[in-house]
Structures are given as structure tokens and as C-alpha cells.
Design a protein around this ligand. Structure first.
Ligand code: PEP
Length: 249
């Protein structure tokens, strides 16, 4: 099996205006000067996908959507299809971020359909999952994460078209992170699940996400079976994001 190429993805959430394209360009400047080992992605708000994809063309930084609808087109006001993201220049799309699961009541079945839509459109689906604090406290983490992984990944998932991001809900935007041993335990369980279900399960990239910062990135990125990071707050400024990118060198 070919080695898994590290992947670091920034999720700007509902932050960023056209002025923020300057941060993306600043990041591209650093990439050009220092050629990091990791593959890089940025997921801005939908209004910036096309402009950012155009601005970052040829820099090695791919652009992603933060969500997509399961259908290719139709009467779904306010939604965006995976095909439209692809048309705008995206190569990734997040599916099932915990904020989508919470704010929009997305279930594993919804997330699976969105991942399938991403594949249909030729996008890489970054499928997000993770336990709540109550579930961790009740010792249900591995059970919950395994069930989400089974339910959220469609049968057509491959190591090439799908990335899995483990993001404990209680670690997102809180400044709290699991211990390295806790991350290792979950990633090992996810790897086992993937190997049991998919012929190329060993090749899927597994990201950790949840309060990754310049000062904890090196330790988190060194954990076994952590192939990169999904980064929220610390991805908004190129100067904060850069040390995280370098941590997976
Ligand atoms: C996220 O939104 O995916 C995330 C991990 O956010 P933060 O890094 O801000 O915790």
C-alpha cells in the first residue's frame, strides 16, 4: 500500500469575507516558499469557494465546501449541490460536521447520502464524526464512533474519495483536547472498522480535529494513525495555520 499523504484542512465555518482572501493568499505564499509535505485544503463559506478556488489555482492548496445537498439539483432553496461546488472549483466537501449534525439535525443516513453525492460529483468527502462529552463520560466513545463510521460512510467509499475526521464534539472550539492516548484509541478503532469493511481500509486518511493549535499540533499529529488535521479557529490566520501545517511535515 502506498503511504498515506498527510492532509491538513482548514474549516473557516461562517467566518470570512472577501477580504479574507488575503489570508488564503498569504498561506499560498508560505506554501510556495517552503513546500510543506502535507496536502492542504481550505473550506471557506460557500460565497468564497469560487473566488478562493480561482485565487489558489496552481498553489497546491485545494478548496472545499463545508456542506452539500444529497441531490444534484432541484427545488432545495438555500442548499448547494456537490456538483455546484465542483463547478465552482472545489475538490473537497465536509460531510457531517458536528455543527451540521446539531444545528440541522443531520443523521448518519443524511451524512452518508451527502458523502455519496460528493463521490457522484467527483469530490473528496471529508466525513466528520465524534462523541459528545456525555458519551465519553459514559464510556461510550468507541461504540458511538464505530456506529457513526458504519452509518456515515457509503459503500462506494474508497481511500481516494473519502477522508474521515475524528472530532470529539466537546473539543471543537473549546480549547480542550483529548489526550494522545485517547486519540490513538479512537483512531485505531476506526482503522480496524475501515479494514474490516473496505479492501483499501488501510489507505483511508484519518484526521483529528478539535482545538488543534500551534502549541499542541506536533504532539497530536505524531499519534499513530493520525494522518492530518481538520482545523477550525486556528486556520483563519495564515500565521496560526502555518505551524500546524509544518507539524505534519
Ligand atoms: C472544526 O470546526 O472542525 C474544528 C475542529 O474547530 P476548532 O479547531 O476551532 O476546534
Amino acid at each position: 500500500m502506498a503511504a498515506r499523504r498527510p492532509l491538513i484542512v482548514g474549516n473557516w465555518k461562517m467566518n470570512g469575507l472577501t477580504a479574507s482572501l488575503a489570508e488564503a493568499s498569504a498561506l499560498a505564499g508560505k506554501v510556495k516558499a517552503q513546500a510543506p509535505a502535507a496536502e492542504l485544503g481550505l473550506c471557506p463559506p460557500a460565497t468564497l469557494v469560487a473566488a478562493m478556488a480561482a485565487a489558489l489555482k496552481g498553489t497546491g492548496i485545494g478548496v472545499g465546501g463545508q456542506d452539500c445537498h444529497a441531490k444534484a439539483s432541484g427545488a432545495h432553496t438555500g442548499d448547494i449541490s456537490a456538483e455546484a461546488l465542483k463547478d465552482a472549483g472545489a475538490i473537497y466537501v465536509l460531510a457531517g460536521h458536528s455543527e451540521r449534525r446539531t444545528d440541522h439535525a443531520e443523521t448518519d443516513a443524511t451524512v452518508r447520502a451527502k458523502a455519496q453525492a460528493a463521490h457522484r460529483a467527483g469530490l473528496i468527502a471529508i466525513v466528520c464524526l465524534g462523541e459528545t462529552l456525555a458519551q465519553r463520560d459514559a464510556n461510550e466513545t468507541l461504540k458511538v464512533v464505530s456506529a457513526q463510521l458504519r452509518g456515515s460512510l457509503p459503500d462506494d467509499a474508497t481511500a481516494a474519495n473519502t477522508v474521515v475526521a475524528y472530532e470529539p464534539v466537546w473539543a471543537i472550539g473549546t480549547g480542550r483536547t483529548p489526550t494522545e492516548a485517547q486519540v490513538a484509541e479512537v483512531h485505531a478503532a476506526m482503522r480496524q472498522e475501515l479494514k474490516a469493511r473496505f479492501d483499501d481500509g488501510e489507505g483511508f486518511r484519518l484526521l483529528y480535529g478539535g482545538s488543534v493549535k500551534p502549541d499542541n499540533a506536533k504532539a497530536l499529529m505524531a499519534v499513530a494513525d493520525v494522518d492530518g488535521a481538520l482545523v477550525g479557529g486556528a486556520s483563519l490566520k495564515a500565521n496560526d495555520f502555518w505551524p500546524i501545517i509544518e507539524a505534519k511535515g
